[in-house]
Design a protein around this ligand. Structure first.
Ligand code: SAM
Length: 287
């Protein structure tokens, strides 16, 4: 037996009765792995978010296989058939349009259901926009928060924006180009214009861009532009000791709460300044 674990790996060919969750490129088709191609070529069938996207990969690498459509609109009707096929010993691959299935894409539900039936799942790792943007941002990346797409509106959205404004870890957000400017405005309101940010656009594609350095600069960059392409946002976490001014939003709220409770602006500022170890004027000037 080979004791070197880096040299011992699973069989290259798909095995019977296994569900393969296969990562695919997020823009550059050459980012697909040899192993992913091998699995997509040799499984009994491939369940695709959009069969046309998967065909592009198959055409580029000159192979074909049986494809079925599997997306959030039809997954509940397709899952029983996929389960049945797996139980009969077929090997099945799940792919999304781009990146890792299950990361803001179909794949999460089927993995959970298949696993609960005692069927084996193997992930064939591939590109993921969140990790690609995080690593290229150069922000701290050993521990981070992935928010995916934020809730569209209401308290749920405000609550997450407030959490992000106080977060000491790097935060990653997916956003559609249509809504990027609105989100940047909200980030300005909650986090302040100095918060470090990178907007990663069109990762791995011809017009890839990394736009920074802080929220003010990014808003200015997009001011007179139509935003197009795929967007991932990476926000650097705050340094609670150094970045007092970056936590303005919650401080302003505390100040208003104290004033509403009957304290004068001066007294409330003095109290919060002492509590947070900063100058009174820094609090006073927030209102
Ligand atoms: N499963 C995918 C993954 O692993 O990254 C994410 C799918 S999610 C439906 C699509 C979102 O991912 C886009 O709206 C965008 O926020 C982000 N994204 C995907 N491809 C990207 C790219 N090439 N550049 C920047 N962001 C991208």
């Amino acid at each position: 037996m080979n004791n070197n674990s880096s040299l011992s790996h699973r069989k290259e060919e798909p095995e019977d009765g296994i569900l393969y969750i296969v990562g695919t490129p997020i823009g550059n088709l050459n980012d697909i792995s040899q192993r992913a191609l091998n699995i997509l070529k040799n499984v009994s069938l491939v369940a695709c978010e959009d069969t046309r996207q998967t065909k592009k990969i198959m055409n580029k690498f000159n192979f074909s296989n049986k494809l079925i459509s599997f997306n959030k609109l039809n997954s509940s009707s397709k899952i029983p058939k996929i389960l049945n096929d797996l139980k009969e010993g077929k090997s099945i691959a799940v792919v999304s349009d781009a990146g890792m299935p299950g990361i803001c894409d179909p794949g999460e539900d089927i993995s959970r259901i298949v696993k609960s039936e005692g069927i084996e799942i193997i992930c064939i790792p591939g590109a993921c926009a969140a990790v690609t943007a995080l690593v290229s941002s150069s922000f701290p990346s050993s521990s981070f928060v992935f928010e995916g797409f934020l809730p569209r509106k209401g308290i749920a959205r405000a609550k997450i924006l407030l959490e992000i404004s106080k977060n000491e870890k790097t935060t990653i957000i997916y956003e559609s180009p249509k809504r990027l400017k609105k989100l940047l405005k909200e980030l300005l309101e909650f986090c302040g214009g100095d918060r470090e940010i990178i907007v990663a656009r069109e990762l791995t594609k011809k017009f890839e861009e990394h736009i920074g350095n802080n929220i003010n600069e990014v808003i200015e960059f997009f001011n007179s532009k139509n935003v197009v392409g795929e967007i991932t946002i990476v926000l650097k976490g705050i340094n609670k000791n150094k970045d007092f001014k970056l936590d303005k939003f919650s401080m302003k709220k505390d100040l208003n709460d104290l004033i509403n409770a009957g304290l004068s602006l001066s007294a409330a500022s003095k109290y919060l300044a002492k509590k947070n170890g900063v100058k009174k004027s820094e609090i006073y000037n927030l209102l």
